[in-house]
Design a protein around this ligand. Structure first.
Ligand SMILES: NC(=O)C[C@H]([NH3+])C(=O)NS(=O)(=O)OC[C@H]1O[C@@H](n2cnc3c(N)ncnc32)[C@H](O)[C@@H]1O
Ligand SMILES: [Mg+2]
Length: 429
């Protein structure tokens, strides 16, 4: 039986659970073992009057694996309000003294990243991993229930989508022009001409030199693209997607959010319409808050933080000046110096979790912008073909899943949202 089922059974029931010792405490007359499995934890009590049992329990360590049988007793002081009074223990592996103890857990956080392969067993990571599971499942459900087809782009690519400065070159046999994908977007733009509406969940790679609280060198990216979709439809789609995901987490992961001390009030407030703020309005708000910014400047993490603290809902920040966004963004015909682009900013200072917009679908417009941006049309030969043959208005976006999970769980650093985070200094475990 899994540990979480123990709490649904009545007092006096005999149960057998299996798992690992999470905490161990020896008192004068008792030994308390907190046992964990994939579903949760339960306290087990051994009376020292039972010589055989207590001699077994004494030699076990934190993380020793075992199967124990005992009788349920209500105990308000125990986690979950019940405990198991142990009758027998079958242990599999006494193990060595576990290197992560209470002090280590409070020690230098880099140490906890060095032993992430063991720290992954902590209650905090257990909760984050279960929220992560729900988020990935919700993304699949959302798109599949709306007729989007799941597709896959390649990981080895030949061109930048989001600028050459964060491309990871790959040693690819004798070639020097191969990179890890920054975004599957261009391939989704190919696939809409076959399936009309597509999505993918895949890793993306960015050679980010800075170690910030929201950048990784490898991150999980949910991207979607849809033929005929235009700007207002894109904004509504983003609101519906993020609301759907947050609601799923609220529905399935209340215990985990509590364990993470996450105040779910903000999450309960996530529903359409989000706060729609144009770039122009954002510049005015920031200037009124004393931020030294002028029209045409990029809005970075610090400025996003100021903006998100003005509202208690996600923000759809739209119509960025063309020079701030990638070449493929379609210029707004009514204000060509701006683009039909949108970033979604998560509240509470978390900032950008989504980037997207309408794409240029006219061949001449795209090739002239590629040149105007100092790029080489030959680097985008097959991408331009999509505008030569059957081009249609279309839009899409990329959701940074790790950043979304960081916000939903109320985490300090994106590295806590990922089982095995990668940044400029970390490539193991
Ligand atoms: N299909 C598309 O339209 C996506 C588009 N080509 C794209 O990659 N946009 S983005 O660069 O803003 O990245 C999208 C999101 O991807 C996340 N992102 C982007 N870069 C990172 C890094 N380095 N670490 C973690 N998360 C990252 C972040 O939430 C961004 O909003
Ligand atoms: Mg972006």
């Amino acid at each position: 039986m899994s540990i979480k089922d123990v709490f649904n059974l009545s007092e006096g029931t005999e149960v057998t659970v299996r798992g690992w010792i999470y905490r161990k405490r020896e008192l004068r007359d008792k030994i308390f073992l907190v046992v964990r499995d994939g579903s949760g934890i339960v306290q087990a009590v051994i009376n020292k009057s039972d010589q055989d049992l207590s001699s077994i329990a004494s030699k076990l360590n934190v993380e020793s694996s075992l199967v124990l049988t005992g009788v349920i007793k209500r105990e308000p002081r125990a986690p979950g309000g019940a405990e198991i009074h142990v009758k027998s223990i079958n242990w599999y592996y006494a193990g060595y003294a576990f290197p992560i103890n209470e002090d280590a857990a409070k020690a230098d956080s880099e140490y906890l990243f060095d032993v992430r392969h063991l720290w992954i067993r902590s209650r905090k990571m257990w909760a984050v991993l279960r929220v992560r599971h729900t988020v990935f499942g919700a993304i699949h459900e959302f798109f599949r229930s709306r007729g989007y087809y799941e597709v896959q782009g390649p990981m080895f690519v030949s061109a930048a989508v989001e600028g050459g400065s964060t491309l990871f070159p790959v040693k690819y046999f004798d070639r020097e022009d191969v990179y890890l994908t920054q975004s599957s977007q261009f391939y989704l733009e190919v696939l809409i001409y076959a399936l009309e509406r597509v999505y993918t969940i895949a890793p993306s790679f960015r050679a980010e030199p800075s170690r910030t609280r929201r950048h990784l060198t490898e991150f999980w990216h949910a991207e979607a693209e849809e033929a005929w979709l235009q700007f207002d439809g894109l904004l509504n789609l983003l609101e519906d997607l993020i609301t759907y995901i947050v609601n799923k987490v609220l529905e399935e992961r209340q215990d985990e959010l509590k364990l993470l001390n996450r105040d779910a009030k903000v999450l309960e407030n996530v529903k359409p319409p989000f706060q729609r703020v144009s770039y122009d309005e954002a510049i005015n708000i920031l200037q009124s808050k004393g931020v030294g910014i002028k029209w045409g400047d990029d809005i970075g993490a610090d400025e996003e933080r100021v903006l998100t603290l003005q509202f208690d809902k996600p923000i759809l920040l739209h119509h960025f000046p063309e020079q701030i966004k990638a070449f493929y963004h379609r210029n707004d015909p009514s204000r060509p110096e701006t683009t039909l682009s949108v970033d979604v900013l998560a509240p509470e200072g978390y900032g950008e979790i989504v980037g997207g917009g309408e794409r240029i679908y006219d061949y001449e417009e795209l090739i002239s912008k590629i040149k105007r941006f100092g790029l080489k049309p030959e680097d985008y030969d097959w991408y331009l073909d999509l505008r030569r043959y059957g081009s249609v208005p279309h839009a899409g976006f990329g959701l940074g899943i790790d950043r979304l999970i960081m916000w939903i769980c109320g985490l300090e650093h994106i590295r806590d949202a990922v089982p095995f985070p990668r940044d400029i200094r970390r490539i193991k475990p």
